[in-house]
Design a protein. Structure first.
Length: 238
């Protein structure tokens, strides 16, 4: 059967949930520059790794950390060692009328019933969120009120819909065009967690089926235009 050229030139990218909105901007600019389309499959990094190791036909993996793509590389699912493209940051975000000035006290208030965080076992952002809460001596106080979401995308749904009073999410989310101006946010103190190094790898499927586009995409991500998009969304750059 004949494969239509347009189909042959679509890159399938496994996208960590913190990159959901950023990826829209990245793929739009990538298409303008190269004519190639990139399609994103968004999930938590752990779930994407599980799908990739079970043969999901993804070409490139944009992870929320370095550990997950490194695991894929060591297992033979990725063609080269992970390349760090950005460092992510955490923010406290609320879509309720809450006082952010004294947020550490406010979080502990009796009227706060639920705080959304990403699952530390499946999400690197969740892992660093828990490190931050431990560092700030908030974890024990808040333990019974934490709602663990599968990914940053689900954390965002909980906060944005008002299901929870507060949540901790990726800075890229609150700076995105989709969420800009919705609710209130502030940075989690940067000394309370490790900078979240995020890495990209080209997967075996991409190398076998469309190596040129896969490499072009990774090159774009680390190019001046790609870096500008990442910076606009609150990432710091390597």
């Amino acid at each position: 059967s004949v494969i239509a050229p347009a189909w042959a030139e679509t890159l399938t990218v496994a996208v960590a949930a913190n990159m959901q909105f950023v990826f829209d901007d990245v793929k739009a600019q990538f298409q303008r520059d190269t004519g190639h389309t990139a399609q994103g499959i968004v999930n938590s990094s752990a779930k994407l790794v599980n799908q990739i190791s079970h043969g999901a036909p993804f070409d490139v993996f944009l992870s929320a950390d370095v550990g997950f793509p490194d695991l894929l590389y060591r297992q033979g699912h990725a063609v080269s060692a992970p390349k760090v493209y950005a460092f992510g940051a955490l923010v406290i975000w609320t879509c309720r009328e809450l006082d952010l000035k004294n947020w550490q006290q406010s979080l502990q208030g009796v009227h706060i019933k639920q705080i959304a965080v990403a699952n530390p076992d499946t999400s690197p952002y969740g892992r660093e969120t828990m490190h931050a809460l431990q560092f700030l001596k908030l974890e024990k106080v808040l333990h019974t009120r934490l709602v663990f979401a599968e990914s940053i995308a689900q954390v965002n749904q909980y906060i944005h819909s008002g299901v929870v009073e507060w949540g901790i999410t990726a800075k890229s989310v609150v700076l995105s065009d989709e969420m800009h101006g919705k609710g209130k946010w502030l940075d989690v103190p940067v000394n309370s967690y490790a900078p979240i190094a995020q890495a990209v790898v080209i997967l075996q499927h991409g190398q076998q089926h469309q190596p040129q586009i896969a490499h072009a995409f990774v090159d774009f991500l680390t190019s001046t235009k790609g870096r500008a998009i990442l910076q606009k969304h609150g990432y710091t750059l390597p």
